[in-house]
Design a protein around this ligand. Sequence first.
Ligand code: NAD
Length: 318
Amino acid sequence: MKKILVIGAGGQVGSVLTGELQTRYGFENVIASDVRPLSGFGGNFIGLDATDFEGLKRVVTDHGINEIYHLAAILSASGEKFPLDTWDINMKTFFNVLEVSRLHGVSKVFYPSSIAVFGQNAPKVDTPQSAPLCPTTVYGISKVAGENWASYYHQKYGLDIRSLRYPGIIGYQSPPGGGTTDYAVDIFHKAVQNKPYECFLEPSTMLPMIYMDDAIRATIELMEAPAASITVRTSYNLAGMSFSPAQLAASIKGHCPGFEISYTPDFRQEIADSWPMSIDDSVARKGWGWQPAYNLDAMTDIMASQLKLKYENHYSVV
Ligand code: NAD
């Protein structure tokens, strides 16, 4: 039977993924953990700093954990403010997951990578699976290193570790966590409150994105795929859609006709300019049947309607 630990369960992805895992595998079989104290998860939560090897080991052995989703990380934009701390946290937490897994009976691990692994020397359009990885951010450097360590633990110790290079993830359920694509969530919060949005990227900055439900489904489909179909042991390219801030604003105006956007690019523009505009995920499609379900307008419909409902019920976040 699966006994799952989610590390970083309080984040943008973790708060949605943990609920889906609990629905699918049984509430009692999925433990949420985070360095921040959190309520929710029906009380099935443990405070855990994943930089603490002994603490992680205790949780894994006490609860008979055999599968880990390791989501904790400092993201691209936050990471540039504290590069050395970001490297330490991103690598230390992952090494602890790898070593505790190897030594204490965890047989399967999910490790999210990112489109931030690509840099200026990768093709910008339809960036292939095998494009060179020369990232410009410390976050991207940590993800490239993590991908290679994942592959090493698979080859050397047989650990069944699987990974996706997530694009920017957009969902109404949770606030974003300090990435360069955060604008694509923040913009909806302003629009549905009839407030203008000041975008930190240029209007034409095209980036790969994915709707939250697609990202969660891709994660679970990858983890459920037969081992024989997993041919990439670093990390799979994953695509949902690509759009620019101007295109997103136009789509939002269909729901919020008076919506106004202005553009004041900051340091995140440079990061975005080093990333792909679109991703070729044909290896994932062929290997384990990946297929996204949401395009820009389908995502906008759900984001706008769900957030309108939330704010009508006095939600406040951005
Ligand atoms: P997030 O910043 O929203 O959440 C990360 C969570 O990890 C937070 O709740 C934080 O408290 C927790 N955390 C931080 N340090 C920790 C520690 N030492 N021990 C335990 N918990 C700790 O991030 P997210 O957006 O949910 O991203 C999840 C994963 O997906 C990350 O690895 C990220 O790199 C990757 N990813 C996300 C996106 C995206 O658009 N959200 C895109 C590409 C990749």
